[in-house]
Design a protein around this ligand. Structure first.
Ligand code: HAM
Length: 430
């Protein structure tokens, strides 16, 4: 039976790459002092409605919302910013400043296609409390550090400002005035957006609408001088750190909570769904009363892996085993089972056959596993307290006393690591 459309099973060869990406991100978060928060996958529906905005596509048509047995409306989280803000409000924003990161599944009922899923996974960051232009820059730097450490090169960082909440009325007014005379030539969705959320028109993909948008004023031309200064500071901090953000004056985001700096990282190898990550400064009030200012981003893991594929920059997969323990006779199995357990407890990666296969078949498996050595231990070796260590590359054999086996294997592992490092394979991302 197949999985639900828009959801995917991830098997070990792939999940090892996921882990490499997650570990890389964790290493970056550690360097910046961002701790992990784990928030529930389920929230009260109003948490998202109030935060993301009632007129957004996410709230209008993409949420998995249902009534539980007690008649409460619950939603599988379509993103985690609203949940994190809710959680922080519960503890007290003043207990912060909060510098948090998270990883996990999100759910949106979108039409599935390459790079767009109904269950997808994000790595995200939320800085809440004490947020300034430097916080925006710090958050963006973390995102770019992760992408760089993973070896991704063909990304562009697109950046814009939406101005302060106080600027919003003027921005909306300017766009309403501009689009009013052009509405007849625009799509039905944009005519609705004109009333509910005029900035979203800037993001319409239809040809007619894009023509109108091309002549529209930049958001930044309408915002106040103070908002400009705020934005310029973020840009200059990023430039001083060696980044080259591209100012994209028509960039708006699909969620309504953003103010000031907004951005997306796009990748040229991804086609229509080219945004690997998005974020910005936001103001949210998930409880409907206190509003909270934060700054954050979310990175889509599936799209990131597609981008890494497109660049052939694969993060490391599962490391191969150190040794494969071969049992020549069925009678050797139980004692070798014990030995494998002992060696694993001493930190070695050991595979062994526990299905009574022939020695030939076990040796074939040992080769295929990528193990450095096969450890052959039959009745004769067991009674003499030895094992035969056979190197898979050269075929060289060595009789090793059982008590010295772990250190002999560790030495072989060390030699392989040193050789890989000399060959440059040791420079794995992160
Ligand atoms: P978002 O732009 O909706 O922002 O999502 C961020 C990233 O999640 C996207 O750039 C994309 O890589 C991935 N993504 C979104 N939808 C899908 C999907 N259906 N299938 C696969 N990947 C997807 C947010 O979610 C905000 N909460 C980001 C943020 C955090 N802003 C401030 N803090």
């Amino acid at each position: 039976m197949e999985s639900v459309p828009g959801t995917e099973d991830v098997f070990p060869e792939e999940s090892a790459r996921w882990r490499a990406v997650e570990n890389c991100a964790r290493a970056v978060f550690d360097r910046y002092g961002y701790g992990e928060i784990r928030v529930p996958l389920l929230e009260r529906t109003e948490v998202f409605e109030r935060s993301i905005g009632a007129s957004t596509d996410v709230v209008q048509k993409e949420m998995y919302t249902f009534e539980d047995r007690g008649g409460r409306s619950l939603t599988l989280r379509p993103e985690a910013t609203a949940s994190v803000v809710r959680a922080v409000l519960g503890r007290g924003v003043g207990q912060g400043p909060w510098r948090l990161h998270y990883m996990g599944p999100m759910f949106r009922n979108e039409r599935p296609q390459k790079g767009r899923y109904r269950q997808f996974h994000q790595i995200g960051v939320e800085a809440i409390g004490g947020v300034t232009a430097a916080t925006d820059a710090e958050v963006i730097l973390m995102l770019c550090d992760i992408l760089r450490d993973l070896g991704l090169r063909k990304t562009r960082l697109l950046l814009n400002t939406l101005g302060s909440p106080e600027d919003r009325a003027a921005v909306v007014e300017a766009y309403r005035a501009f689009f009013a005379a052009r509405l007849d030539a625009m799509c039905e969705d944009c005519r609705r957006r004109y009333r509910t959320n005029v900035l979203r028109i800037l993001d319409c993909k239809r040809e007619d609408c894009r023509r109108a948008v091309a002549a529209a004023p930049d958001v930044s031309s309408v915002v106040s001088e103070a908002s400009h200064d705020e934005f310029r500071r973020t840009v200059s901090l990023l430039q001083a750190a060696g980044l080259a953000p591209e100012i994209e004056p028509r960039l708006v985001r699909g969620l309504d909570y953003y103010v000031h700096a907004v951005y997306e990282v796009v990748h040229e190898g991804l086609g229509a769904q080219d945004a690997i990550a998005g974020g910005g400064r936001y103001r949210i009030s998930p409880g409907g009363t206190t509003s909270v200012e934060g700054s954050g981003f979310a990175l889509g893991i599936e799209r990131l892996l597609l981008a890494l594929d497109a660049e052939d920059a694969r993060p490391p997969g599962t490391p191969p085993p150190d040794a494969y323990l071969v049992s020549p006779g069925a009678g050797d199995l139980d004692d070798n089972f014990r030995l494998a357990h002992e060696l694993r407890n001493r930190g070695l990666r050991i595979l062994m056959d526990i299905e009574f296969r022939s020695v030939k078949s076990q040796m074939r498996r040992a080769h295929r596993s990528g193990a450095i050595a096969a450890v052959v231990r039959g009745g004769e070796e067991r009674s003499a307290g030895f094992a035969v260590v056979k190197r898979m590359d050269s075929g060289a054999e060595q009789r090793v006393p059982e008590a010295d086996l772990a250190s002999a294997l560790r030495e072989l592992v060390g030699r392989r690591q040193a050789a890989a490092h000399r060959a440059g394979d040791g420079d794995t991302p992160c």
